[in-house]
Design a protein around this ligand. Structure first.
Ligand SMILES: N[C@@H](CCC(=O)N[C@@H](CS)C(=O)NCC(=O)O)C(=O)O
Length: 217
C-alpha cells in the first residue's frame, strides 16, 4: 500500500496548501489507493523520519520498500504510471517535464517568497520593506504564465501532471488577489480545481487534520 506523510495539524491558513495535497491529487487522478502517515513537529526531527525525508518535511512517500521525497519527484513517479497524468509520446513527456520544472523552479520560489512574507513575517519591518519587490517579482512571472495560457486550456494540449503541480503552486497565493487579477490564470486554476480528483484530495487532506494543536517539545 502506498503511504504518504501528512501533517496531523496545521493552522487554518495552511489547510488545503500543505504539499501532500499535490501527491494525494496525483494518486486520485491515477486511481491508486493510499494511506497517510500523520506526523507532527516531533516526528519530523526523528532519525526514522529523516531517513525518509532528509529535510524533515512533508510529504514523504513509501511504496513497497521504495521511499521518495520532494513532491516533484513523487509526482513524476506517480505520473509515469498514469495516462491521465503523463502523455505516452516522448516529446509530450519532455514538455510535461519542462512545465513541472517551471512550476517548481520558475514560479514556486517567487510565489512562496511572497506568501512567506505575508503569512509568517507580516509584522516585521524587513518584510514590509521587501513586500513590494516580492509582489512585483511574483506578478511578472505569473503574467508571463498567463500570457502562455492565453488561448489554451492547459499548459500543453491536454491536462497533465504539470497542470496539477502548477495549480497547487498558484493556490499558495489564495490569501491574495494576485491570481484573481489575471483572468486567464484564474480561469485556468478553477478549471484544474474543478476536477473530481482534486476535490477528493482536498477533502482527504482537510479530513486528516486534528483540531488540536500538538505540544512542541
Ligand atoms: N521541496 C519540498 C518542500 C516541502 C515543504 O516545504 N513542505 C512543508 C509543508 S508544505 C514542510 O514540511 N514544512 C515544514 C518544514 O520545512 O520544517 C517538496 O516539494 O516536497
Amino acid at each position: 500500500m502506498i503511504r504518504v506523510s501528512a501533517f496531523r495539524w496545521v493552522p487554518p491558513f495552511a489547510r488545503g496548501l500543505v504539499r501532500d495535497l499535490r501527491v494525494r491529487w496525483a494518486l486520485e487522478e491515477a486511481g491508486l489507493p493510499y494511506e497517510t502517515r500523520l506526523v507532527g513537529p516531533d516526528d519530523l526531527k526523528t532519525k526514522d523520519y529523516r531517513a525518509m525525508q532528509p529535510f524533515g518535511q512533508v510529504p514523504a512517500y513509501e511504496e513497497d520498500g521504495l521511499v521518495l521525497f520532494e513532491s516533484g519527484a513523487i509526482l513524476l513517479h506517480i505520473a509515469r504510471r498514469s495516462d491521465v497524468l503523463m502523455p505516452a509520446d516522448p516529446a509530450e513527456q519532455a514538455r510535461t517535464n519542462a512545465w513541472m520544472f517551471a512550476a517548481l523552479n520558475s514560479i514556486e520560489p517567487r510565489v512562496q517568497h511572497l506568501a512567506g512574507l505575508d503569512l509568517f513575517h507580516v509584522e516585521e519591518d524587513w518584510a514590509k520593506a521587501r513586500k513590494p519587490g516580492a509582489l512585483n517579482d511574483a506578478q511578472m512571472r505569473l503574467a508571463a504564465l498567463s500570457d502562455w495560457l492565453d488561448g489554451r486550456d492547459y499548459l500543453e494540449s491536454r491536462f497533465t501532471v504539470a497542470d496539477l503541480l502548477m495549480t497547487t503552486v498558484l493556490r499558495i497565493l489564495r490569501h491574495t488577489d494576485v491570481v484573481a487579477q489575471m483572468p486567464t490564470l484564474e480561469a485556468y486554476r478553477l478549471r484544474c480545481e474543478a476536477r473530481p480528483a482534486f476535490a477528493r484530495a482536498l477533502a482527504a487532506q482537510i479530513g486528516d487534520f486534528s483540531d488540536e494543536m500538538p505540544a512542541v517539545a
